[in-house]
Design a protein around this ligand. Structure first.
Ligand code: CP
Ligand code: NVA
Length: 300
């Protein structure tokens, strides 16, 4: 049987992605009812983190435990990966010992190489280019709040980063329109924009991009690994803040999402996360349920 990886949303068909979102809602209900559901008993997830994490680490580790399995946290500080053991060798060794591997790293090609040599599913838990697990939780959050995202208009405000790239993939997979409001020089990956065609538009004016939108979302101005650019980015993104005032020009039923962590006073106003239109904490909580659905789907 060919092993399935989840390196980007393009690794799923639309049908599979929708099934995972529906399953996430079922798993959430089971979790709330404290029903024991352990289809992954004795299965193990290896978790390689080369960048910091709160939500991703805890949701994967708690998720594996709740599904009857367990997870091992691996940091470059105390594994041979950090001392230069080749990714190819690490993949061949680890995939004989665990049932899936989750990786958070910098360059996307590293996770691709790992997957090429792995005999078990590899899950992208964030690279410089993509954050597909987050998108499962985002679509679950929108669906819970307002129903299907199909045919809706989503506005991305700010940096054309890993989250923005994943929103472009999500627009194709879940069939929605995407307006991207970003300053010049901070666009998402051009090949993704080309592949999305008419579904995705770059609109420089935040107001124009947000008018009538059903979902408004943003992310930090400087991602992990861009700390040295932070000052220049502060200046470039000054006009790209989401606030309740901006939300007022979106659709009357619009919701606000943010993958978190957020920087209040930068990409969001001080009061945005607490606005009634914000569902960011439900969104964060859904990381647990969406990833449990993904683990059930991938680990055979
Ligand atoms: N949104 C997200 O991936 O959060 P963490 O960096 O805390 O995992
Ligand atoms: N774009 C952010 C997302 C963090 C969850 C980063 O890469 O740091």
């Amino acid at each position: 049987m060919t092993v399935r990886h989840f390196l980007t949303l393009n690794d799923l068909t639309s049908d599979e992605a929708l099934k995972i979102i529906n399953r996430a809602a079922e798993l959430k209900a089971l979790h709330k009812a404290r029903t024991v559901h352990e289809p992954l008993k004795n299965r193990v997830l290896g978790m390689i983190f080369e960048k910091s994490s709160t939500r991703t680490r805890v949701s994967f580790e708690a998720g594996m435990t709740q599904l009857g399995g367990s997870a091992i946290f691996l940091s470059p500080r105390d594994t041979q990966l950090g001392r230069g053991e080749p990714i190819e060798d690490s993949a061949r060794v680890l995939s004989q010992m665990v049932d899936a591997v989750m990786i958070r790293t910098f360059e996307h090609h590293k996770i691709q190489t790992f997957a090429d040599y792995s005999t078990v599913p590899v899950i992208n838990a964030l690279t410089d280019d993509y954050h597909p697990c987050q998108l499962l939780a985002d679509v679950q959050a929108y669906t819970e709040a307002r129903g299907s995202i199909q045919g809706k208009t989503v506005t991305w405000v700010g940096d054309g980063n890993n989250m923005c790239n994943s929103y472009i993939n999500a627009a194709k997979l879940f069939d929605f329109q995407l307006n991207i409001a970003c300053p010049e020089g901070y666009e998402p990956m051009s090949e993704l924009l080309e592949s999305a065609g008419d579904r995705v538009h770059i609109i420089r004016s935040v107001e124009e991009a947000t008018a009538g939108a059903h979902l408004v979302t943003t992310d930090v101005w400087a991602s992990m690994g861009q700390e040295e650019e932070a000052k220049a980015r502060m200046a470039a993104f000054r006009d790209y803040q989401v606030s309740p005032k901006l939300m007022d020009i979106a659709d009357k039923d619009a919701v606000f999402l943010h993958c978190l962590p957020a920087h209040r006073g930068e990409e969001v106003s001080e009061d945005m996360l607490d606005d009634p239109r914000s569902v960011v904490f439900e969104q964060a909580g859904n990381r647990l349920h969406a990833q449990k659905a993904l683990l059930e789907f991938l680990i055979r």
